[in-house]
Design a protein around this ligand. Structure first.
Ligand SMILES: Nc1ncnc2c1ncn2[C@@H]1O[C@H](COP(=O)(O)OP(=O)(O)OP(=O)(O)O)[C@@H](O)[C@H]1O
Ligand SMILES: [Mg+2]
Length: 389
């Protein structure tokens, strides 16, 4: 049957509802260049919202692989930020802490009669899992980091959670994970990925042509998936909804991340001294310099963040500490080709004292409203000026 026999009955399966769409927008704004991971999270959330998720299992189980500093942990925090209004609302289990079987007691508690019983609260108790629930979202975001380092005992525990959505504690109480989004990350294949991303061998020259960049991402993806299949048992792989290999970040992605990070610096400025209302104006020459100094694809966005700390945040801290800038000043930063360094200077704004206080109050209010951290961040302004002075 031809589909245009029924032109009025065709449906659009690509659209999602408002809540899932809000989540998608937030993830796209905060996590750059990882569209597949975003699409997977949004789709499972949508399926859960309409009550169509499989019963007796977590809402979603994802394994994230890929080069370091590409957003694997960030996307989990961002999901918590969007759903629970708090990027810190992630139950994070660092599997490297549980490499010996006896350490599992920290997660599930000791059985009655054993040392440690009732001495400390198990980290995976129902209360701990549900502690970030809000009125509008009864969802838990759970992250098992570096799962390749987990002991056999932790593996068995994880398999049970993935399969049945429940966990039995040392005192036989059951913990329900059926309202949890479960994320796992691993650095498997990272060494091979790094070799591909080494400036001499691959990425820097490869991404000069976007098609080559795409091919490199594909090679990295298959390296990650193969490494996972070699290391993990089929029964584990079989319980995952999806393995997503994060892409290395290219120039275009780093440029967008730079803007996000500079906005975060502006927000920190307001946060550290709300009554001071200092503003940061970063010129394009400065941005280019930060990108040039902060791009090393082997280390992803972390290298860029460190560069911003070293070249912008630390000098600004010195300016504040020595009172070279104060109430209402605009701190300008641009690259100076003569000195080969960043130049800092200030523009004074004549801000009456009450107005500064009002601006700070406004910022604080936005921070505490339900638009949350990122809403506040977006309210803070990083001004880009077109030319170098
Ligand atoms: N794709 C991205 N979009 C936006 N910011 C990013 C992205 N990737 C990394 N960042 C920034 O870099 C920081 C470090 O990234 P993240 O912790 O997510 O790395 P990771 O992929 O988990 O690395 P690792 O494998 O070493 O744990 C984040 O907090 C975020 O500020
Ligand atoms: Mg991480």
């Amino acid at each position: 049957m031809l589909h245009n026999d029924h032109p009025n009955r065709m449906l659009d399966i690509s659209r999602v509802g408002r809540k899932a769409d809000d989540l998608a927008k937030h993830l796209h704004e905060t996590v750059i260049g990882q569209d597949e991971a975003v699409a997977q999270i949004v789709q499972t959330y949508q399926t859960h919202l309409v009550g169509l998720s499989s019963t007796g299992r977590p809402i979603a189980t994802f394994l994230f692989l890929g080069p370091t500093g590409t957003g694997k942990t960030r996307i989990v925090e961002s999901t918590a930020e969007a759903l629970l209004n708090n990027p810190g609302a992630v139950i994070k289990i660092d599997c490297a802490e549980f490499q010996h079987d006896h350490e599992i007691a920290k997660l599930i508690g000791s059985p009655p009669g054993y040392v440690g019983h009732r001495e400390s609260r198990p980290r995976l108790s129902q209360d701990a899992i549900d502690k970030h629930h809000t009125e509008s979202a009864k969802i838990s975001v759970v992250l098992f980091d570096e799962i390749e380092k987990a002991s056999d005992a932790l593996w068995n525990l994880l398999l049970g959670i993935l399969d049945k959505g429940t966990l039995t504690l040392g005192d036989n109480q059951r913990v329900d994970f059926s309202r949890s989004l479960i994320f796992m990350t691993s650095n498997l294949g990272a060494a091979e990925m790094n070799a591909m991303l080494s400036p001499k061998l691959g990425f820097a020259s490869a991404v000069a042509d976007p098609n080559d960049g795409e091919k490199l991402s594909e090679r990295i993806a298959s390296t990650g998936v193969e490494a996972a299949r070699r290391r993990f048992t089929p029964e584990f792989i079989n319980r995952l909804d999806k393995i997503v290999v994060f892409k290395p970040l290219g120039d275009a992605e780093l440029r967008r991340i730079l803007d996000i990070e500079l906005t975060a610096v502006q927000q920190r400025l307001y946060h550290s001294a709300p009554s001071c209302a200092l503003k940061l104006r970063v010129f394009d020459g400065c941005k280019r310099y930060l990108l040039q100094q902060g791009t090393d694809t082997r280390y992803g966005a972390r290298h860029l963040k460190r560069t911003i700390e070293r070249l912008v945040v630390q000098p600004v801290a010195n300016l504040i500490a020595t009172e070279q800038v104060c109430n209402g000043d605009i701190i300008c930063v641009d690259f100076c080709s003569d000195s080969g360094q960043l130049d800092f200077w200030k523009e004074c704004r004549e801000v009456p004292e009450q107005k500064t206080a009002a601006a700070a109050k406004e910022m604080t209010q936005i921070f505490h409203t339900d638009v949350g951290f990122w809403g506040w961040m977006n309210a803070a302004q990083v001004v880009a000026a077109p030319t170098c002075m």
